[in-house]
Design a protein around this ligand. Structure first.
Ligand SMILES: Cc1cc2nc3c(=O)[nH]c(=O)nc-3n(C[C@H](O)[C@H](O)[C@H](O)COP(=O)(O)O)c2cc1C
Length: 356
């Protein structure tokens, strides 16, 4: 029998199946970072996932990195998220919020008072970003002072408190894809000489302090972390990723997190084999999975649950389709980040009566 449809404990929750919806930025919020009722519909449509992880949500306006992304800072944002969590819970789903601070992967046009983005070090990422006024070069970020780092950690703490207030079942720290936590972890973006840089112990400190603050608010059994070693996205480079991630995951043990979510994209090292034995909570595997590879990872004990991104985006009833061996809808890349219902809430269900 397929293990995809067996329950699995993840922190304080028991997921009814092992199909997790990956965090996916969809850029459907308004300019104030407030998600609307369409966002509630989108997530509620996908409530048959064992667990939904939301798109990246900025803890503070300084953490915003893309147009029309949502936040969890203002009362208006909290009220809007309450509708989202209520809609998912009404369909008996579970939903974690992914907390995402983009750091240097932003642009002054997206930040309060056209501020310079912040980062561990003043190192400009190579590349361009979509700003609403078209593609623009990244800028050189401003190096955070130790006092400001304490402030950012407090932003994550407050975001976690607000996420729980908004009805989320837990929170995930986005420590992948070259955003602020990975900027601290990686030697290419962190040239600090203080307690937050240089040695691997120091480069991991920010992530561990952020998680400690999140755990203090939500409890360790409602906090997870996502990493993507060797993804190299957003100009993220580390001289020794095996050492960095081994150290990080060994340090996570003391935090008793509910899960470790590892998404791999062509990494040469078998990080699942390296990291899973070093972690003491549920292990979520993601990145390019299909039903067959997910089932084999579960059968071999290489993962406790499997994470699907674009397949969940295009198939609101993905678990039912896998159960039946039904054909999948194809994701439309042109509407990944465009406003409105098209390519968002209009992907067909197998059974049209489930679409409401
Ligand atoms: C449209 C889109 C938006 C994404 N946004 C995020 C995000 O906000 N946070 C994140 O951690 N990963 C993000 N990802 C990566 C996914 O979480 C996932 O790791 C990736 O899609 C690989 O899974 P897949 O091969 O099943 O699609 C995004 C992926 C897609 C397709």
């Amino acid at each position: 029998m397929s293990q995809l449809f067996t329950p699995v404990p993840v922190g304080r929750h028991t997921l009814p199946n092992r199909l997790v919806m990956a965090p996916m930025t969809r850029s459907r919020a308004d300019d104030a970072g407030v998600p609307d009722d369409l966002v509630a519909t989108y997530y509620a449509q996908r409530a048959s996932a064992g667990l939904i992880i939301t798109e990246g949500v900025f803890p503070t306006a300084m953490g915003k990195g893309y147009v029309r992304t949502p936040g969890i800072e203002s009362d208006e944002q909290i009220a809007a998220w309450k509708k989202v969590t209520a809609a998912v819970h009404a369909k008996e789903g579970r939903i974690f919020m992914q907390v995402m601070h983009c750091g240097r992967i932003s642009h002054p046009s997206l930040l309060p008072n056209h501020a310079q983005p912040v980062a561990p070090s003043a190192i400009k990422p190579a590349g361009q970003t979509w700003t609403g006024a078209g593609m623009q070069e990244f800028v050189t970020p401003r190096e955070l002072t130790p006092e400001e780092i304490a402030g950012v950690i407090n932003d994550y703490r407050l975001a976690t408190r607000r996420a729980i207030e908004a009805g989320f079942d837990g929170v995930e720290l986005h420590a992948a894809s070259g955003y602020l936590p990975e900027q601290f972890l990686s030697s290419g973006s962190n040239h600090r000489q203080d307690q937050y840089g240089n040695s691997v112990t120091n480069r991991a400190r920010f992530v561990l302090e952020v998680l400690t603050a999140m755990v203090a608010e939500a409890g360790s059994d409602r906090v997870g972390i996502k990493i993507s070693p060797e993804m190299h996205f957003n100009d993220s480079v580390d001289a020794n990723p095996q050492e960095t991630y081994t150290h990080l995951v060994e340090q996570l043990r003391d935090l008793n997190l509910s899960y470790l979510h590892v998404a791999l994209f062509g990494a040469k090292t078998d990080y699942h084999g390296l990291l899973r034995p070093r972690f003491n909570g549920a292990y979520l595997m993601g990145g390019g999975l299909d039903q067959k590879s997910a089932e084999s990872a579960l059968a071999d004990g290489r993962a406790d649950a499997t994470v699907f991104g674009s397949a969940f985006l295009a198939n609101p009833d993905l678990p039912e389709r896998f159960r039946q061996g039904a054909a999948l809808n194809t994701p439309d890349k042109n509407t990944f980040y465009s406003p409105g219902a098209q390519g968002y809430t209009d992907y067909p269900f197998l059974n049209a009566s489930n679409a409401a």
